[in-house]
Design a binder for this molecule. Structure first.
Ligand code: C5P
Length: 231
């Protein structure tokens, strides 16, 4: 039976937050934001090991006590220029220091999604455990979508039929994900599924909900705190 591993790329600078501190360390409910994602993944009895990929020389990581996760958490100081590169570097580094095998599942989860629930995590693993490709949590688009011109005026309205917002975790087998990300090269990929799609495969969309939000802008912090306080 394949095992489940998790990997959190946390080597970004979070420039959209307008803060000098990388967003994974911004304070959220009294903890650095990444703590919440780590806690969810480390506490899952189904996940063998959680890798976190930080930027080399990341002094911020060392300022906190992570001992509550010892035994499950492995820190890899090999962040890349892009998210995809950080994930790929993490996958490569994980091989030498863990039992991870080609067919094992890797759940890649953003440090910036602190509100992932146990139910959403279990649903993802349950629905994909037997899948030939893998997949991701996602929500159908609810808002009407407008395409703008360069002057900020509506060019046209996009159909939202069959459109989904991709979330994380995104779950793929180790070897497939490593090959997919290696093949991406310089092409910008904002998620792991995109690299799998580039191979001509079709990841499965697993219905999630808006509570698993991504903290991108300062106003998202208050909402995330509210969700964490009302599980
Ligand atoms: O910036 P964005 O919100 O898209 O980042 C998503 C995730 O990817 C974050 O957890 C961030 O720390 C991580 N990342 C990374 N290496 C980069 C850029 C982003 O690990 N070079």
């Amino acid at each position: 039976m394949p095992n489940f591993f998790a990997l959190i790329p946390a080597a970004g600078s979070g420039s959209r937050m307008g803060d000098k501190l990388p967003k994974q360390y911004l304070s959220l409910a009294g903890k650095p934001m990444i703590y919440h994602a780590l806690r969810r993944l480390c506490h899952s009895p189904r996940i063998s090991c959680v890798f976190v990929v930080i930027a080399s020389g990341d002094g911020e990581w060392l300022r906190y006590d992570w001992s509550e996760f010892s035994g499950k958490l492995v820190v890899l100081e090999c962040g890349g220029e892009t998210r995809a590169e950080s994930v790929l570097n993490g996958l490569k580094a994980s091989q030498g220091i863990s039992s991870i095998g080609d067919d094992d599942w890797v759940l890649v989860h953003d440090a910036a999604r602190p509100c992932l629930s146990e139910k959403q995590l279990d649903k993802l693993m349950d629905e994909l455990a037997e899948d030939g490709v893998g997949g991701l949590l996602a929500v159908p688009v609810a808002d009407t979508l407008k395409r703008s011109d360069t002057h900020g005026r509506v060019e046209h309205t996009e159909s939202r039929e069959n459109l989904w917002q991709a979330q994380t975790p995104q779950m793929f087998r180790y070897k497939l994900l490593r090959e997919a990300l290696s093949g991406v090269g310089g092409v910008t990929m904002t998620d792991d599924a995109g690299a799998i799609e580039a191979l001509g495969l079709r990841p499965k969309l697993v219905l999630s909900d808006a509570r698993n939000l991504k903290v991108t802008y300062p106003q998202d912090l208050a909402l995330a705190e509210l969700i964490l306080g009302n599980p």
